[in-house]
Design a protein around this ligand. Sequence first.
Ligand code: B30
Ligand code: ZN
Length: 225
Amino acid sequence: EGAHWSYEGAGGPAKWGDLDAANKACAVGLQQSPIDIEATIKSQLPALKLRWARSVDTIVNNGHTIQLNFAEGSTLTLGDVKYKLLQVHFHRPSEHTIGGKNFPMEAHFVHRADTGGLAVVGVLMAEGRPNATFSQIVKTMPAAEGPAVKADAGINPNAMLPQKLSYFRYSGSLTTPPCSEVVEWLLLTDPIQVASADVAAFAKLYPMNARPVQKDNRRYVLRSI
Ligand code: B30
Ligand code: ZN
């Protein structure tokens, strides 16, 4: 686990590019994430075909977030590309901003294709009605950094999706070192609601684990119709 980077101080986002030769993209990449979503282009985009099973395997506090790892068997199909669901993890506050505004949290469902390309489904999290699945995650998350432990079999990733799967799409990067520019970002337009007490419990472990927004350079953001 890359131990030296952080969200504040000497190992903070402004220094990520200098910490390791492998992290050059963090400093010089022109397709970095996250970004502020402002002007978008309405487009006929493929539907997000999410076929997620209750295949959550382990939960881990890895020192920069809480992450749930999935067993084989959950997929995302986008047009004719098929991806496997690997993991979901959380950021606070949201990494993507909408018109300059962030949300209390953001979930990242990370998928990988056989070609190595990643597709991350981002879900913005607003405070409101409790989400039973997120409550279950918060209740069982390890308080200290350590090894992955078996996750509660009841955790259903589908219950952390809004009703409508409209999305913003743009080409970007991992939001953590090495900031590799291999990510097709699929940020859902509609947030989910979670209990403010659950956000507060997450914030006790991770008060701030969001990279600042990056320049869009020559990129456009598409919005599904
Ligand atoms: S994100 O969705 O852009 N925030 C990775 C995947 C998705 C994002 C960021 C990073 C990733 O796979 N990173 C490499 C693996 N990690 C180990 C890990 O899973 O937790 C290596 C590392 O960062 O040092 Cu920590
Ligand atoms: Zn993330």
